[in-house]
Design a protein around this ligand. Structure first.
Ligand SMILES: [Zn+2]
Length: 339
């Protein structure tokens, strides 16, 4: 499945009825970000409202990341040691500490259906020694996260680290799958600037070491083709901001290829964006009108195209599930993959 990214308790530009429609088409779970929700609106709001489901009105499932990735990619004046990460959410703002225990506490308050352990994310260009250090810390934090989960009925996924080093990836997968209590496993630390071949090789190596009876989640990946390649290597779950982020710039995925609606060639295009798609943009508007909205930077253009791109991803995953269930995924993969 593909999880639309609902960073701050909203999938950017999408209304609740649109999310519910996507849910009926096959997107049962949203991804929310603990880091952002911890900074704003803050834990007390989720305690008051009894969690994010009720706060945003979403009765589908929610997966929360641990906040670790954002601490490493967004935070100011960050310091990190075994205790956790201390950082400023905004420049010159108050110092916040995120630890494995604090992350679980926050995710319990958010009330997500699936929680993620806090992991130590590092740059794709790090040395093997740095990668080992971060991986071993990730393993220690995974144990603390299991302990912090207590009696919570929320599921908890571990995150395999090890950067681009096959030996470390193998070690990480073996260590984390040896622990009792994880409901699923994520492959972290990819989609951060490594080569595509490297990512696919690591995905293949790690997926082969994970138990068959637990979901595997490749974090932050990717393009439709990246997802197809990862499914081929045994991954089940995905999230990516591309559908909404591309839409903001007038870029869409269609059944006949990618389009850039900023281009002047769409000015008079009196046809549907994608005749194979049943979304609002495709059934009610012409390419010319959508091009016009994009050129004027109208919020409705972003809104409609984001909804279309999400439809595209969700429909692709539905096709993949049908193919897997009927034993014809190999044919779908061969027909759709981009060499
Ligand atoms: Zn559409």
């Amino acid at each position: 499945m593909f999880m639309p990214v609902g960073t701050r308790g909203t999938v950017r530009t999408q209304t609740l009825p649109q999310l519910q429609q996507l849910r009926t088409l096959g997107a049962p779970m949203l991804l929310a970000n603990t880091y952002h929700l911890l900074l704003r609106p803050g834990i007390e709001v989720f305690e008051q409202f009894g969690g994010l489901h009720r706060f945003m009105g979403w009765d589908g499932a929610i997966l929360t990341d641990s906040g670790g990735f954002q601490v490493f990619s967004l935070a100011h004046s960050r310091t990190i040691d075994d205790a956790g990460a201390a950082f400023q959410g905004v420049q010159d703002g108050p110092r916040t500490v995120l630890s494995p225990e604090r992350s679980i506490e926050m995710q319990r308050a958010i009330g997500s259906d699936v929680m993620m352990v806090m992991d130590h994310c590092i740059d794709a260009t790090c040395s093997e020694a740095e990668a080992r250090d971060a991986m071993e810390r990730t393993h220690r934090w995974a144990r603390r996260s299991l302990a912090a989960r207590g009696a919570s009925s929320q599921q908890l996924f571990a995150i395999i680290q090890g950067a681009r080093f096959p030996a470390l990836r193998r070690e990480s997968a073996l260590d984390l799958t040896s622990l009792d209590g994880f409901d699923g496993y994520a492959i972290g630390g990819l989609a951060v600037g490594e080569e595509r071949e490297e990512r696919e090789a690591i995905t293949e190596l790690v997926a082969a070491l994970l138990p068959d009876d637990r979901p595997r989640y490749l974090m932050g990946v990717g393009t439709p083709n990246d997802i197809l390649e990862a499914v081929h290597r045994g991954v089940d779950m995905f999230d990516c901001i591309m559908p909404t982020a591309w839409a903001q710039h007038g870029r869409v995925f269609t059944s006949t290829g990618e389009l850039d609606l900023r281009k002047g060639s769409f000015k008079l295009a009196d046809e549907a964006l994608d005749p194979a798609c049943g979304c609002e943009a495709c059934t009610r508007h012409s390419r010319a009108y959508l091009h016009h909205l994009v050129k004027c930077q109208e919020p409705l253009g972003w809104q409609l195209l984001a909804n279309h791109n999400l439809h595209y991803y969700v429909r692709m995953m539905a096709d993949i599930r049908v193919a897997i269930a009927s034993g014809s995924f190999g044919e779908l993969y061969a027909a759709r993959r981009r060499a």
